[in-house]
Design a protein around this ligand. Structure first.
Ligand SMILES: C[S@@+](CC[C@H](N)C(=O)[O-])C[C@H]1O[C@@H](n2cnc3c(N)ncnc32)[C@H](O)[C@@H]1O
Length: 309
């Protein structure tokens, strides 16, 4: 299994330099992301929250009784609270995140708010085929809650693999998933390049982590945050563009990041209802129900197992 250092040295040695967006999220990165969700430009969070709130009874009906709720990439674990009180005797809530300290800390507040529900936060990297950090009882009503359009961060083929894994490994019966929709480009770009520069800080946190955790000597001011829309692939791409030739050292190894060279750090794929339907179909899931906001900015879906899948 590759470590942070191995992934960084591989990613920076490539012709097209690339680092995984999962490395944004240490405790500080998770806090920055939480700040992003409150920005005027960042429509996904407030829109998805409104969809969940407006449709909580229907969502609760879809989830059913005695649910074991598992939330991969749970982050600030705020969205589940929107419909939790509408559920019929939920059994357990298991938030999972790569940012383990962060979900552990936030779970403490959650426990106070919902003292009757068993909550067991776990550090877990869902991009690897690791053993689950908890036991699965396949006879239970296992529901995956996957909001925030986190699926959009996956390349399409990996999104299919992930949805299949929710079936085979997590033994999920249903998925409640939030998916960002294709829309006008200026709205998309400003959501990922805000005026206050919080997203730029978030993007550069990957470089900061290389410095603090891997002994790097990267000057963060030598890189510019970029958010571009890749129209053919229908995705926002975040990149860090080098303002000059940067000779950097990480853990004793040298790398040259040339002037104007870019390090690709994140993809955020946007779907139409149809393209998402096709994706779920490939993974053996069927859309049972879709909820969207009035402006059709964001969608939430309930997926059922496809009999054929
Ligand atoms: C786009 S944010 C969404 C957060 C939250 N679910 C929401 O809706 O606001 C993605 C979340 O997934 C987590 N994450 C990213 N890559 C991950 C990985 N490989 N394994 C586990 N968690 C990951 C991040 O720490 C972050 O909390």
């Amino acid at each position: 299994m590759k470590t942070f250092l191995q992934e960084v040295s591989l990613g920076l040695s490539k012709k097209n330099k690339k680092l995984s967006s999962k490395w944004f999220y240490d405790f500080y990165g998770s806090k920055l992301f939480e700040q992003i969700t409150r920005l005027e430009e960042y429509y996904p969070t407030r829109t998805e929250r409104k969809i969940l709130k407006d449709n909580k009874t229907e969502i609760a009906n879809e989830i059913g009784k005695s649910a074991v709720l598992i939330e991969p990439g749970a982050g600030d674990i705020k969205k589940i609270a929107i419909f939790l009180s509408s559920l019929d005797k939920p059994k357990k809530y298991i938030p999972l995140d790569i940012s383990e300290d962060y979900i552990t800390k936030l779970s403490q507040g959650f426990k106070k708010k919902f003292p009757k529900l068993a909550i067991t936060p776990k550090g877990y990297d869902f991009s690897k085929n690791n053993k689950l950090p908890f036991k699965i009882n396949s006879s239970e009503n296992i529901i995956i809650f996957f909001p925030g359009s986190t699926l959009g961060n996956f390349e399409k083929k990996d999104a299919v693999k992930f949805l299949k894994m929710l079936k085979s490994k997590f033994k999920a019966k249903k998925i409640i998933i939030g998916v960002d929709l294709v829309k006008d480009i200026p709205t998309l770009i400003s959501a990922y390049d805000d005026k206050k520069g919080i997203t730029a800080k978030f993007n550069k946190n990957i470089l900061q982590r290389i410095n603090t955790e891997l002994g790097g000597d990267i000057n963060l001011n030598s890189y510019k945050h970029l958010a571009i829309y890749n129209k053919p692939k229908k995705r926002i791409e975040m990149r860090l563009k080098s303002k000059k030739n940067n000779n950097i050292k990480i853990n004793g190894s040298k790398y040259l990041i040339k002037r104007n060279e870019e390090i690709h750090t994140e993809n955020s794929h946007k779907y139409t209802i149809r393209s998402f339907k096709n994706l779920t179909g490939e993974a053996g899931w069927r859309i049972k129900k879709t909820w969207v906001d009035d402006k059709k900015l964001f969608s939430v879906h309930c997926l059922h197992l496809d009999k054929l899948g």
